[in-house]
Design a binder for this molecule. Structure first.
Ligand SMILES: Nc1ncnc2c1ncn2[C@@H]1O[C@H](COP(=O)(O)OP(=O)(O)OP(=O)(O)O)[C@@H](O)[C@H]1O
Ligand SMILES: [Mg+2]
Length: 573
């Protein structure tokens, strides 16, 4: 993804009519539609989809939409005027009513099927038909592909109504989860982590749906009540929304020879992925076999960088299944995510997620997804032994590349030119035992403090610390002395090292207890806090004002510990 777009060009798109001529639908124009689909896109009941890459679907608009927010930085990058976000026809389209879009935009969008693997194991039980033919975008509907300033973007409504993949659910996203996803995507972008982006967020003033959730003050792991929540549509934007699970679906069909076109559909999908996400690094004139090998190498490169970045900023995806793993190597699906506060290698905010998807296990989870990706590509190289061997070597080298990226990341977080295993392990032990606030600790270290007093701002003081505070403080001091000795042996000045550390250790992270009041107030029609969080969290490395620091640069208050809906949550849909 291109994250370094010029920020200062004047807006050129002030109306939907300005945007319309840029529409260019490569996905639906080059790939296969489901032959059983309805041409008018009125395809809103669960059913099996046996072949084809997509189903044409008309989104279902939310009732009485109201503007909450748009991403000013994405608007700037796209050359959209800010006023567009509140204009009538833009609001209509991005709250799901595509019946009046100006041509050559199309009123019918599309949804895609995908397969699911959890931690490297294929599943079909989640499909209502037990075949895998009913699983895919159940509430995500793409409504536009456009080439803007030379770059192709796809725009997808989340919560845009039922599709054939809805599995009997309502096709909606509630305001709570939409606010979280909207804020998190732009926060991650500002953190320098590749991600789908947020375009806009609209809520319905009248339409609500019921969801299981936590009663006030509940410490239950699972939701203990049902609540009515307003529905919302957030639009997310990315070069494509192709997932590892999507390749898997076509590879499974090819492997089982489910229909005569299955292998051809797999190859089309893979070549389309290369066009959409890898055109800048994979030469279009190469043979398919050469392209596939390069794709695997480049995806390995992106995926390992991505996960190292997640750990750098304290992000836990929570449910890193292959269907939540974008084949372009960026973050996708901000449902069960969370940012680590009290450091715990096994931090996992999603109650349904399991330890295998916990914070520091994400490199292993990524390797499982990469394994499924590799499995899906292999059939395409069946007749080319040399290419197959290259592909297999890329697969087997994953752990080594991942390790190298992690070591470089930890070294950078500590301002070191070289990774030092012993130093990191000692620090890790202290971080767990104390325990510390992940963000605050590294940010305070970035000031290269002479003693541990500033670090104590991030101490939660658990039982081990309380049992022997002086002993623990001494261990921290001893560690700090060792670290300082390494820092001082390096070439850069202290000031340079500090500045560099502050570029990799954010000051602000999207703490869940700060997001909760924002979506609660939004449900009452007050969007101030959502917009304030958007401001603060899109400049996560900046010091910002004293008032912002006092409010947002804080350990998690103890009253939120183990609180349902704050410290943990069931899949937030
Ligand atoms: N309310 C709903 N109606 C229809 N389908 C749903 C609903 N909630 C989730 N799904 C579907 O269930 C599957 C698993 O849900 P998950 O929480 O991973 O996805 P999501 O957050 O909706 O989607 P995405 O991965 O597109 O961000 C997805 O395929 C999703 O489309
Ligand atoms: Mg998902």
């Amino acid at each position: 993804m291109n994250h370094q777009q010029p920020q200062n060009t004047l807006p050129t798109i002030a109306t939907l009519d300005d945007l319309a001529p840029l529409a260019n639908y490569s996905f639906t124009d080059t790939l296969n539609a489901d032959p059983d689909a309805k041409a008018d896109g009125a395809d809103h009941a669960p059913r099996q989809v046996f072949s084809g890459h997509y189903v044409p679907v008309k989104p279902t608009p939310i009732e009485d939409p109201e503007y909450i927010a748009h991403s000013k930085s994405l608007f700037r990058e796209l050359g959209f005027a800010d006023s567009l976000a509140r204009s009538e026809d833009f609001v209509r389209m991005f709250s799901g009513d595509t019946s009046q879009v100006p041509q050559p935009m199309r009123g019918v969008g599309w949804a895609c099927g995908y397969a699911l693997s959890i931690f490297g194991t294929e599943y079909t039980q989640q499909c209502p038909f037990q075949t895998g033919n009913g699983y895919g975008d159940g509430r995500a509907v793409s409504v536009l592909e456009a080439v803007i300033k030379g770059q192709r973007w796809e725009m997808q409504l989340k919560g845009g109504g039922r599709t054939p993949y809805c599995r009997g659910a309502d096709g909606r996203a509630v305001l709570r989860s939409s606010v979280r996803e909207f804020l998190a995507q732009e926060h991650m972008h500002a953190l320098g982590v590749p991600t789908s982006r947020s375009l806009s967020l609209y809520v319905s003033k009248t339409e609500q749906v019921r969801r299981p959730w936590y009663s006030e003050g509940s410490h239950s792991m699972d939701p203990d009540t049902m609540v009515s929540e307003p529905v919302a549509i957030s639009t997310r934007v990315a070069p494509s929304f192709l997932r590892v699970g999507q390749l898997e679906l076509f590879a499974r069909r090819a492997r089982k020879q489910e229909h005569p076109n299955a292998m051809a559909e797999l190859e089309m999908m893979v070549l389309h992925l290369i066009d959409r996400e890898y055109a800048d690094v994979i030469d279009n004139t190469l043979s398919t076999a050469e392209k596939v090998v390069m794709l695997a190498r480049e995806f390995r490169n992106r995926l390992t960088s991505l996960v190292a970045n997640w750990i750098r900023v304290g992000y836990c995806q929570g449910n890193f299944n292959s269907d939540n793993c974008a084949a372009g190597g960026f973050t996708l699906d901000y449902g069960p995510f969370g940012f680590c506060e009290r450091f715990d290698p096994q931090y996992q905010p999603w109650t349904g997620g399991g330890q295998h998807f916990s914070f520091l296990n994400q490199p292993v989870a990524a390797e499982r997804n990469f394994h499924m990706f590799w499995t899906a590509l292999r059939p395409l190289l069946a007749s080319d032994e040399v290419a197959l061997k290259q592909l297999d070597e890329i697969r087997s080298g994953f752990a080594q590349v991942m390790q190298a990226k992690l070591e470089a990341m930890w070294a950078a977080k500590l301002g070191l030119e070289h990774f030092n295993k012993e130093l990191l392990n000692e620090l890790g032990g202290l971080m767990v035992q104390t325990p510390v606030d992940y963000t605050i600790l590294f940010r305070e270290l970035s000031n290269l403090p002479d003693d541990i007093a500033p670090l104590q701002k991030g101490f939660y003081q658990g039982p081990a610390y309380q049992a022997d505070p002086e002993g623990m403080d001494q261990r921290w001091s001893a560690w700090l002395t060792k670290w300082h000795a390494l820092i001082d042996s390096q070439s850069g000045s202290r000031d340079e090292i500090s500045q560099q550390m502050k570029r990799v250790n954010p000051k602000y992270s999207l703490r869940e207890w700060l997001v909760v009041p924002a979506y609660q107030q939004a449900a009452e029609g007050n969007y101030e806090l959502v917009r304030e969080l958007q401001e603060v969290m899109t400049q996560p490395y900046a010091e910002q004002s004293q008032a912002v620091e006092d409010k947002y640069y804080r350990r998690k208050p103890s009253e939120f510990r183990e609180l349902g809906g704050v410290s943990h949550y069931s899949c937030s849909s």
